[in-house]
Ligand binder design. Structure first.
Ligand code: HEC
Ligand code: HEC
Ligand code: HEC
Ligand code: HEC
Ligand code: HEC
Length: 224
């Protein structure tokens, strides 16, 4: 076939195919760049202040969207907060535990059991949430002495809210887990008082019933 084709035709076909081949992918990439760009690079083009933290953090390989999943394409064109109430953003004190807890379920559970987690449930935003102890963009490994929750820096971290947190104050385990053998004493104390309350109330009701029954029987007994 090709051999029987005149040279000019062959040349034309060649030029056409190069043109078509070249054009099609080009128009596709053109459409691609119109897609919203959620890359960290693009986020950092506007949020340069975050870069220095994120590069040394344990989460440095993560997409920004791992913790900011609510950032949508409208944000990239023209920043508009996609919430009316600040409590709706995933980085408000009320929402941070659930944002971090999406990946750290065990720590979320133990946090919600802790005095701070209960404080948060009762509506306190002065209480400590994950980022008060760990940081947000600058979370370091626990073994790093610079980590806010390392043994060296923990007193300073607690002292942000508790004046002069002493060595003994920080000695406890923050995230208690029965499986790991921590918090057993607290767990058993709670169980003890829950059962003590149940038994006392049941005992009280039985006692009253018996007394009422006794009074009732006495009132029906003919007077002698
Ligand atoms: C065109 C610039 C621009 C780009 C690109 C951009 N942002 Fe923003 N962003 C802003 C502005 C402006 C604000 C509001 C001012 C502020 O808090 O710094 C903001 C606020 C935020 C906030 C805090 C408020 C909130 O809604 O929770 C977060 C988190 C955020 N951006 C994350 C991101 C992420 C993640 C990306 C990448 C997917 C991104 N931004 C890309 C401009 C941008
Ligand atoms: C490990 C979770 C996590 C990752 C990953 C993360 N952020 Fe954040 N980000 C947070 C938290 C938590 C806050 C709230 C900080 C606060 O209130 O002090 C926050 C706050 C912000 C804010 C609001 C302004 C500020 O600094 O308080 C911006 C903007 C932001 N992040 C952008 C980014 C960008 C851009 C990336 C990716 C390079 C990113 N974040 C990655 C957790 C994260
Ligand atoms: C951001 C502030 C903040 C930080 C940081 C903080 N706490 Fe607290 N903590 C509170 C508040 C507020 C309460 C009162 C109860 C509540 O609202 O949850 C409290 C209550 C407590 C209690 C119950 C007894 C008491 O004093 O009320 C203990 C124990 C405690 N915190 C230990 C710690 C330890 C240990 C650290 C450091 C690892 C720490 N806290 C860090 C704010 C904080
Ligand atoms: C009052 C301070 C405080 C708060 C609030 C807090 N943590 Fe921690 N976290 C610590 C300390 C201290 C450690 C070191 C181990 C321990 O004591 O349990 C730790 C350890 C961790 C670890 C590492 C576990 C390991 O074995 O190395 C992760 C992950 C973690 N916390 C996530 C979270 C998340 C997620 C939240 C919120 C839901 C949270 N933390 C709230 C203080 C805190
Ligand atoms: C998308 C999942 C994801 C989210 C969201 C996330 N983390 Fe992590 N986090 C990880 C992974 C994975 C590691 C690395 C675990 C490892 O190397 O042992 C890690 C490590 C950590 C460590 C260090 C544990 C250690 O052993 O040294 C802490 C502390 C921590 N994260 C706290 C947080 C806090 C606070 C937030 C919210 C601001 C958060 N994380 C949000 C996945 C996540």
């Amino acid at each position: 076939m090709i051999q029987s084709m005149p040279l000019s035709r062959l040349l034309l076909a060649l030029i056409m195919s190069v043109f078509l081949f070249g054009l099609t992918p080009a128009s596709l990439t053109l459409a691609d760049t119109e897609q919203p760009d959620f890359s960290n690079q693009n986020c950092l083009s506007c949020h340069a202040e975050v870069r220095q933290f994120i590069t040394t953090s344990v989460h440095s390989d993560f997409s920004c969207l791992a913790c900011h999943p609510n950032i949508g394409s409208e944000h990239l064109q023209d920043y508009r907060p996609n919430y009316e109430d600040p409590a709706e953003t995933l980085i408000s004190p009320q929402r941070v535990p659930e944002t971090c807890g999406a990946c750290h379920a065990e720590e979320l559970d133990s946090y919600m059991e802790s005095v701070h987690g209960r404080g948060l449930l009762l509506g306190s935003i002065e209480t400590a949430n994950c980022i008060d102890c760990h940081g947000s963009h600058n979370v370091l490994a626990r073994s790093d002495p610079q980590a806010t929750y390392s043994a060296t820096r923990l007193p300073e971290t607690c002292a942000k809210c508790h004046e002069e947190a002493q060595e003994n104050f920080i000695r406890g385990t923050e995230h208690k887990s029965l499986a790991a053998g921590t918090g057993i004493a607290e767990h058993n104390t709670l169980k003890f008082f829950v059962w003590l309350t149940i038994l006392t109330v049941v005992g009280l009701i039985v006692h009253m019933e018996v007394e009422l029954f006794h009074l009732f029987k006495r009132s029906r007994r003919p007077k002698s």
